[in-house]
Design a protein around this ligand. Structure first.
Ligand code: ZN
Length: 717
């Protein structure tokens, strides 16, 4: 059986592109275009087809506009019933039919995301944009005064072998020079590329390289070029076959790569799918070729609410999108075309119709909707209720209730469509450091008790509903657990870093965890902020939520140091509300640690009973590096130091104002100024430095054991 092939011809030179935005453009048609001639020969057949459709429709406009229409939904089984009255029972314009689509990408062997081998996201977006056209989605930038077609396209979720799929089939054509050079032939006369389909003994045509069962999937082929057309040169952008081809190897849409990827900017894909659901061009039959010369007359698609007209790109000019000139083919046309549009006998009746040519096309009419729905039900019924779309598989509804002690809780869910089982995952550690912690837990229950979840973390609880064919539908819920009891993080295990939040103001640099400055090598796990030479930091590092409880979580401690005593970072330390919207109090301004880690400890008791976070705020410019490590929450009175300056000696505070304390066993401590002058020598654990001028000093502590001796820069404030 020979199927009518319909082509979309669009001019898309760079110049034409710029004109398109002004509503202009032109239609380049080769007068020797054999296809157009062939199309004319097929016109009679085409008209018979349309007539038969319209005869079988036999539906008045009033009927499908009324609200009294009984909504009926049919499965493919219904169509086999003898009692089923096709023409009287079938029309259901409120049904959203879902068409399983497979997109074959015939690429040039490059990595995914390069060249013709477009990335999955491009395909997903193109199908979304196709649906935007077909649904006349109000949120869309191309939303027009058309109707929704009640038909939705969806990338297949189950492939021909019953396995999960993205609905994308990548075909490496890098060894096929004919394809690489000339793409797909669209007529017998063009021989340089590969055939759309031929039935000879060899595997050498497009359909043989890639085709999924056309009864189950609508096949879309994304190709480099069709008979040497391109988006730049113009010519054929795509072609499709009417719905009568359903189930045959020749069914499907073939579209060139650039037109497919720009499925919002170009209506090519939406237009081709219109053909696939039996819509002719609105100007159908307008072109005659007389003695090799193109002559445009008035065309008609046989649909009563699309005006007769001449294609809007005839004679190398385009009717402007906003034109309200009289349409001389149908000046008295006044049909109701959509909920918001009635014909006026002007170009506006037709210039925006998706089955017209031109750059303004965004709309379908009631009549076109009716015809596509009939094409669906006449020819494409095998798509209805197809499992390939995955729409019979739904995600579970998930909820979580914390237990009273806030150490765990109950994760529960409702299933739909009877999955075989559910699998539960718990990921903890926020967005960046997600890792699997609890192990997979497959259950036939509809809830699980999580005995314990780490405090101070953001947890993602994921529930998979497992359907047959290994198809999974996933829902997830995010739970933030507060610090409600003793807590310590040395930031050594990235997978367990708590719910720390970085708010990056100022320059692009900000708080980071465990990244070396120069080489990318890791350093000891710690938060650090790195200098910026051009813009002042305005960066917060914000701790997990702490529920302050007397004697339990009313204190924090941490270690901090500077990389350089010459370029010293200083940090303001705040108490911040749990939603990090307001500063509740200041723990210390200008916290400026020395070069060796120094422990800091703060009392939170005034926030008793509240949920707070700790904020480290950097506002420096062009200093060096600040480190924060070993963050601890606990009882303020018994909070111990997590890490001392070395194993034997602790010197604090640094910077010092008056009294310097030295903990540990030592023989003597000497303090020098930067010129080497000995300022003081003492064996006491308390040294009064009140009289020292503000400066930097060197402290040497002699223990008697060389390995334990230490030298430290001391800042006198
Ligand atoms: Zn077309």
């Amino acid at each position: 059986m020979k199927y009518l092939i319909i082509f979309l011809l669009l001019p898309l030179t760079a110049i034409a592109q710029s004109l398109l935005s002004g509503g202009c453009g032109n239609d380049i048609i080769n007068p020797e275009n054999n296809l157009q001639i062939a199309l004319l020969k097929d016109l009679k057949k085409n008209n018979v087809f349309i007539k038969s459709i319209n005869t079988s429709n036999n539906i008045e406009a009033e009927k499908y506009l009324s609200n009294n229409n009984e909504i009926k939904q049919y499965s493919s089984l219904d169509f086999n019933s003898e009692k089923f009255d096709f023409y009287n029972d079938i029309l259901d314009l409120n049904q959203n039919y879902v068409i399983p689509v497979v997109v074959h990408i015939l690429h040039d062997g490059g990595n995914i995301g390069t060249g013709l081998n477009i990335k999955e996201q491009n395909v997903v977006e193109s199908i979304e944009n196709l649906n935007t056209y077909w649904n006349n989605s109000e949120s869309s930038p191309i939303h027009g005064e058309g109707v929704s077609m009640n038909i939705k396209f969806k990338l297949a979720e189950i492939d021909e072998n019953g396995q999960p799929t993205s609905g994308i089939n990548r075909v490496d054509m890098s060894s096929n020079q004919a394809y690489l050079d000339h793409g797909i032939n669209y007529s017998a006369e063009s021989v340089d590329g590969i055939d759309d389909y031929n039935s000879d003994a060899e595997i050498n045509s497009m359909r043989e390289f890639a085709s999924w069962n056309p009864e189950k999937y609508y096949n879309i082929y994304v190709v480099n070029t069709i008979s040497d057309s391109s988006c730049n040169r113009g010519g054929i952008q795509g072609y499709a076959r009417y719905s009568g081809a359903h189930g045959s190897i020749s069914d499907g849409t073939v579209i060139i790569n650039c037109a497919f990827v720009d499925a919002l900017g170009k209506s090519t894909l939406a237009h081709e799918l219109g053909h696939a659901f039996s819509l002719p061009h609105t100007f159908n039959g307008d072109l005659r070729v007389e003695d090799g010369i193109q002559v445009y007359g008035c065309g008609d698609d046989g649909i009563d609410d699309t005006a007769k007209h001449k294609r809007s790109t005839a004679n190398a000019t385009q009717v402007p999108c906003n034109s309200t000139e009289i349409n001389f083919c149908d000046p008295t046309f006044d049909k109701i075309m959509s909920p918001t549009k009635t014909g006026t006998g002007t170009d506006q009746d037709i210039v925006r119709n998706t089955m017209n040519y031109g750059s303004c096309t965004t709309e379908f009419t009631f009549g076109q909707q009716r015809l596509t729905n009939h094409a669906m039900l006449l020819n494409r019924t095998s798509y209805i209720n197809s499992d390939a779309t995955g729409i019979n598989f739904q995600r579970p509804d998930v909820s979580f209730i914390e237990n009273e002690s806030k150490t765990g809780g109950i994760l529960s869910w409702s299933n739909y469509n009877n999955p075989i089982s559910n699998t539960i995952y718990l990921f903890s550690g926020g967005d960046t450091y997600n890792s699997f912690i609890n192990g997979a837990n497959t259950t036939n229950e509809t809830s699980v008790n999580l005995d314990y979840i780490d405090q101070g973390m953001r947890h993602t609880l994921m529930v998979n509903a497992n359907y047959e064919n290994d198809l999974k539908k996933t829902s997830e819920i995010t739970v933030t657990s507060k610090i409600v009891r003793e807590y310590f993080d040395d930031f050594e295990d990235n997978s367990k870093v708590g719910d720390w939040i970085v708010l990056n103001g100022g320059d692009s640099g900000s708080w980071r965890l465990r990244t070396n400055l120069a080489s990318g090598d890791t350093i000891e796990g710690a938060w650090h902020i790195l200098y910026d030479a051009t813009t002042t930091h305005d960066d917060y590092l914000i701790s997990p939520i702490i529920e302050v409880k007397n004697g339990l979580t009313d204190g924090i401690s941490f270690n901090a140091k500077n990389e350089s005593m010459t370029y010293m970072e200083d940090i303001d330390l705040y108490v911040i509300d749990e939603n990090y919207e307001n500063i509740l109090g200041t723990l210390q301004e200008n916290l400026t640690p020395p070069e060796e880690y120094l422990n800091y400890k703060f009392d939170l008791s005034e926030y008793e009973g509240r949920n707070i976070r700790i904020g480290f705020h950097s506002t420096t410019l062009d200093q060096y590096i600040f480190y924060m490590d070993d963050f601890k929450v606990g009882n303020y009175n018994t909070l111990s130091l997590n890490k001392i300056i070395n194993d034997e000696i602790i010197i604090y505070p640094n910077p010092v104002n008056s009294i310097l304390k030295i903990d540990g066993t030592f023989k003597t401590a000497k303090i020098y100024d930067l010129k080497g002058k000995l300022m003081i020598e003492s064996s006491e654990s308390i040294i009064d430095v009140t009289q020292f001028p503000q400066s930097i000093y060197i402290v040497k502590v002699i223990t008697g054991e060389e390995s334990a001796d230490m030298t430290l820069k001391l800042i006198k404030e």
